[in-house]
Design a protein around this ligand. Sequence first.
Ligand SMILES: [Zn+2]
Length: 163
Amino acid sequence: MAVMQITEYPAQVLKEVGEPVREFGAELERLAADMFETMYAAEGVGLAAPQVGLSLRLFVMDCDGLKLVAANPEILSAEGEQEGEEGCLSVGKVHAPLARAARVRLRAQDVRGEFYEQEAEGLAARCFLHETDHCDGRLFIDRLSPLRRDMVKRRFQKIRKWR
Ligand SMILES: [Zn+2]
């Protein structure tokens, strides 16, 4: 297993709609294992393939006791609303408040290509939405008001300058 480099805003790959995952099995399992290791090393709770430079519809997450690999994720339903802070490893973990659905049902395939459905609430539901957005080439800052988006970008630019 290996820790991969995390792609940061404004890299083009983060804006692209990912290609569907078509090949399942050992190679995908290895990629998912590397993505988990990268996510844990960065102390994140979710990581999508575009964040390691791969334009693929794939994410891993370990959030609120829910650990899974989601290939070709689809949001089947999203209900209610939750307030909360959101951040992203590709935007230096700078947080901003963002309202999201409170209960989300996800459909995806595992590393062997088996379809499954999973429901989540709270932080895990937020994670489903955030990571599926990545697979669609969308960042959480795209969902913020222009004012908040600029604030996050400015703070992220400062972080980048310091390291
Ligand atoms: Zn993210």
